[in-house]
Design a protein around this ligand. Sequence first.
Ligand code: ADP
Length: 332
Amino acid sequence: MLAVLIALITTAFLSLMPNVELKALGVTAIISFASAFILIYISLQFLIFREINNIYKNIDRIKKNSFKVPVKLKRSANPLRRVNEDILAYADKKQREIEELKELEIFRREFIADVSHELKTPLFAAQGFVLTLLDGAMDDEAVRYKFLRKAAKSLDGLNILVQDLLTLSQIESGHISMKKETFDIRAVTEEVFDQLEENAFEKEIELSIEPTEYEPVFVKGDAMRIAQVMTNLIGNAVKYSPESSVINVKFLIKQDMIQTTVVDNGTGIPPEHIKRIFERFYRVDKSRSKKQGGTGLGLAIVKHIIEKHGSEILVKSKVGSGTSFKFLLPKG
Ligand code: ADP
């Protein structure tokens, strides 16, 4: 229609000229119609149809989930090309969100399976002992105490596991924030040593602090949570060290920070496991950890607490030589 209009206007103008032949008018009408038609068709094809086709192609790729957005989108002057780029960028963003949600869903499912499994073990053990007692073992005094003690131990384990799970979920959900109080981390460490003295004594493990002369080491942080970090780290060192070994806690001033290191000369952690020990329920030697009463959550809690203090927990280990965990806190 546009081409017809252009041809009509051109011919009308030409007819205004004096002495113009009808034949010439006809030829002008045909030529102007044809050239206008070709020009309009080509520009539409290049400017609009091609871009719309691209948009459809991209929508198709999005549907098939096989699209790839150029690393750096150049903002084109062509509005249709911009629409195309925006569709791709939006689809890419949504695709990433979907992938994140899928990962979270897998993580959630695995976590629920792990928690159920971990809860089941001590619960079934305690149930077994109680049922055996009810089935008649209660009449034998020696067996009665032994089984009751075992049931109580399993329930203690269950209690520790539930406490650890609660701590972890509280920290992760962000319900608790870390206090910023000044406290003596050396005094906290000595309290932890007192709590673990019995376990260390049984294995003739020596607990020591460096520097040896008593001088308070003031840091800024949440004293209660850092006490938990120290309990988990020193507790692990005791658990995974052989008899007659030494566990050393070192404090070092690093500019305006205090570096705390817990060093043991225990079993060590094989390099392929190092990356994963901070994951929940990850254990290098499952049966050994369980035998020692480990929940598999200790280091996950440590990592969360230290990260909530804006710091990082670092580990170095060599199989057969020992392990060291260190973290920095601001000087108090
Ligand atoms: P657990 O309750 O099993 O000790 P953790 O989260 O505290 O769980 O530790 C995860 C795993 O890391 C442990 O099962 C153990 O295999 C390994 N681990 C942690 N600390 C040490 C250490 N000091 N020496 C050797 N292995 C360790």
